[in-house]
Design a protein around this ligand. Sequence first.
Ligand SMILES: *Cc1c(COP(=O)(O)O)cnc(C)c1O
Length: 354
Amino acid sequence: MALPELMVHGDRILHNVREVVRRCGAAGVDLWGVTKGLCGNPQVGRLFLEGGCTALADSRVRNLRGLREAGIRAPLYLIRIPMEQELEELVEVADGALVSMGETLEALEELCRSRGRTFRAVVMVDVGDLREGVLPEELESLGRRCAALRHVVVEGLGTNLGCFGGILATPENLTELLQGAERFREASGLEAPLVSGGATLSLKLLEEGTLPRGINHLRVGEALLLGTDSTGMRTIPYLNQETMEIRAQVVELRRKPSVPRGTVGVDAFGAVPSFEDRGNRRRAILALGKQDVRLEGLTPLESGVEILGGSSDHLVCDVEEVPALQLGDVLSFRPNYGAMLAAATSPYLDLRVL
Ligand SMILES: *Cc1c(COP(=O)(O)O)cnc(C)c1O
């Protein structure tokens, strides 16, 4: 076992997937499992599919390639608006993508025509969060443009919420999406049956029974991986939150004053640290740092451990209340979404799925 590591409890993630799939199924909602939080880990992708997700989605073509090369045959979608230079690789490894520009749809059409294949697209509509998506008033003109597509199949429309503007999913903004989808269908003459009402954030409406009828699709990552809804600021009551932990080793254990001695400057990240004088305290230094994880996003799992701060490669904890702790011991921390993402991305952490 190499340390530090990100340890993932596969059975708990599978439980979360099944719970979300069951609730979605009862409402006629199809679910894509979003793997980007763990960098497209194929073992986790398989769990998503085993639990009932109908496709996998990721924000990076490289992660989609990894899923494909691991032997996953299910449909794969890119959920970040694609870059021009990655379109060729995209049509090679993926089955579809979220798209918001007519030019991109046409470039995909041309690529697919010359390769004699088809590619699926979900047109993104901005209903207020101001990240990706065409504005509702552009849907007629885009619809007319889409009528000419032969190799790109517009499967439907979708929206993204809670990301740039922090806008919550509501019956109102999702109804606006449904109306937009109707206008797009009329203008394009396409069926475009799928209406994708967002991500983890939209589960709240599903639970409350206020998800507008006609929303038949969601793209969910965080709820499956962590059982939480960061934007909605809640833990999801029917899901497991103990799905993963970051484990790091104690490399120094020593009693030291709680306030540094000398003239204070600025740390390497531009912050001026401040300290409370609690006298001499027992402190542990762990081999884990800002290069590996967002330290602010960690919650210690052993009681009595308190995070004091850290730097690029070191995490300093107060362990006065953990007298049994010894040099070489391993401490565990629960990551939030940001800490999970950083840990999964760091080449210095091993990702281990149990
Ligand atoms: C990340 C992302 C998702 C999944 O979001 P979660 O909050 O993790 O469920 C869905 N759609 C798009 C476009 C995304 O970028």
